[in-house]
Design a protein around this ligand. Sequence first.
Ligand code: B12
Ligand SMILES: C[S@@+](CC[C@H](N)C(=O)[O-])C[C@H]1O[C@@H](n2cnc3c(N)ncnc32)[C@H](O)[C@@H]1O
Ligand code: SF4
Length: 542
Amino acid sequence: MGTASPNLTVDNVVTPAQWRVGDTVNVSYRVNNTGSRKAPDLSDIGVLRSAGSLEPEDIDLAARDLIKSDLVGFSSMTGYSDLTRKLITRVKELDPSTYVIWGGIHPIIHTEDAAQAPVDAICTGEGELAFAEWLEHYKNGTDFTNTQNFWFKDKQGNIKRNGFRPLMSAKELETLPYPKYAGEEWLYSHDSEGFRKITRSHYLHNDGLAYQAIWSIGCPLHCTFCGNTVFIANDPKYKRIRHTSAAYIVGEVQRAREIHPHLNTVLFHDDSFMAIPLTELTDFATLWREKVNLPFCVYGVIPSYVQRDKLEVLTWAGMNRIRMGIQSGSERILKFYRRPTPLPRVESAAADLAHFSKYHINPAFDIIVDNPIETRQDVVDTLELIYRLPRPFTCNVFSLRVIPNSVLEKQMQEAGIDLEQINANFNSLRPTLANVVLYMLLVWKMPRKWFEKFLPHVRAYSDPQTMHPILLTLVRIPWLLKQAFRHLRFGEFSVITGYSGFILWKIGLLGLWKKLFARKLELPRERVEALTMNAAAADATS
Ligand code: B12
Ligand SMILES: C[S@@+](CC[C@H](N)C(=O)[O-])C[C@H]1O[C@@H](n2cnc3c(N)ncnc32)[C@H](O)[C@@H]1O
Ligand code: SF4
């Protein structure tokens, strides 16, 4: 029999029709407890993971712990900027002498907004070397206000806006220590205990059996909706792909496995992994097989950089999953996003991926929907592309959001459109028929004549239309099950988190399962040698 516990569900969520990142808004909701025990405190419930989800008591409790330090550094994306601002404000109210620095994507992308918070400094670019320089001055009591990649605020509130340091070179990246992992890290918890040490259980619940890594920085494209547009505006050299040596990244993963021997997959979050030259990928593949020999997933794949050779060498190394950005099936919309990935190139990349489907959990293609610029034809074009792409695959379907200061923000302002911004979850789609049909296609390629019956009823985002929230929820259930099944078949526990994968690993069943069901590409030595030689020639000409 299970232990008595509260079971809280939230409904009747009412939010303003539109809000911008940084706004404080009123959100009302109803909480039902269908469990067998009283809930300890209803303020445990966050709404839409929005910045306003922490109650003032939580903010106060966290801030009281933080002011025990002389220096507090915050790091946040824009979606969490409101929460960060509240924490900073409370820290400063409780102890104005605590030195506060705000870093991370938000101060880089929306610098003026972050600078308005009661901070002492914000970090406006890469932090590693800049922070080391600042810290040296801070400890020695010397003037730190000239440190680049920082803006400083004096007691009167005047802001000193310093410029940018050059981006770190590959050589400099190589000198950095591995990212902190499962060491002295603390997590704030709602349960009135405040900060608690991070345990293996936290990792299992967040990442399953996966290790999250980034090998390369940079992206050659500048899609209007992406934060990259700001990185590139700050320094055009951001377009270049910079990365550490294969030995460094392999060493990083080996270190993680020493701490957590249960790790059984690595997820690379690089923005443009496939743009790394073939010679370097071949070096990586050879060393990876030799020293790590774990499956891995590559998230940032731009269709124009997909090549058979690259796929072959990485699959041989252990790559078993790929996520590729398609965004739209309409050439007009790709042009609007300034994405130089013509549809024939997208389709040939998908065909190349299909060639390796035996060794891969189906690839996931990113698609952006709910764009008010789209016409009905653009929406139909995307559905048609999804219909004809070679299977198996799935899609990550995102609702378009405007990242402040991105080129898209200007495009939307010019078009007179005020969009809900990225505070809301990217996955909260509008329940249009177009989105329902999209998910149906991800579950099953229906006969062409059925598909053609749906198409005339599909509308553009801005057109008046009937919404289908229940249908959208229903069609997502088999889609989720299908995805979970595909991961299970490969014994891959990165989307299925918690203890299940860990227990299977511990009793040895996971290893056995993978031996029986997961296929691994083996290549004869001559083929590997040929790939290595071809790589040098191919990189020289590309
Ligand atoms: C890895 C990644 C993820 C991972 C991990 C996210 C996480 N919570 O850690 C996953 C896949 C889960 C993810 C999810 C999302 N992501 Co993401 N993600 C990235 C990615 C590719 C790299 C970020 C990273 O870790 N970089 C490595 C670290 C070391 O660098 P950094 O954070 O930039 O920090 C440096 C500086 O900022 C500075 N710094 C940082 N903090 C501090 C603090 C102090 C005190 C100092 C001095 C300096 C400093 O120094 C650091 C080293 O140079 C970026 C794109 C990019 N190229 O940055 C997008 C990015 C951050 N993601 C983005 C978004 C929008 C999301 C999602 C909202 C998307 C979604 N589908 O829902 C979710 C949010 C999930 C969540 N709740 O956190 C946007 C953020 C835009 C914005 N303005 O906020 C980005 C920029 C991509 C984009 N589209 O433009 N993401
Ligand atoms: C950071 S991108 C990296 C993917 C890869 N570099 C590519 O574009 O092919 C991750 C995905 O998030 C989605 N995304 C990024 N910015 C978005 C925005 N402003 N609104 C909606 N989705 C967005 C896109 O679908 C994108 O493919
Ligand atoms: S290719 Fe991906 S990471 Fe690069 S700019 Fe476009 S969306 Fe951003």
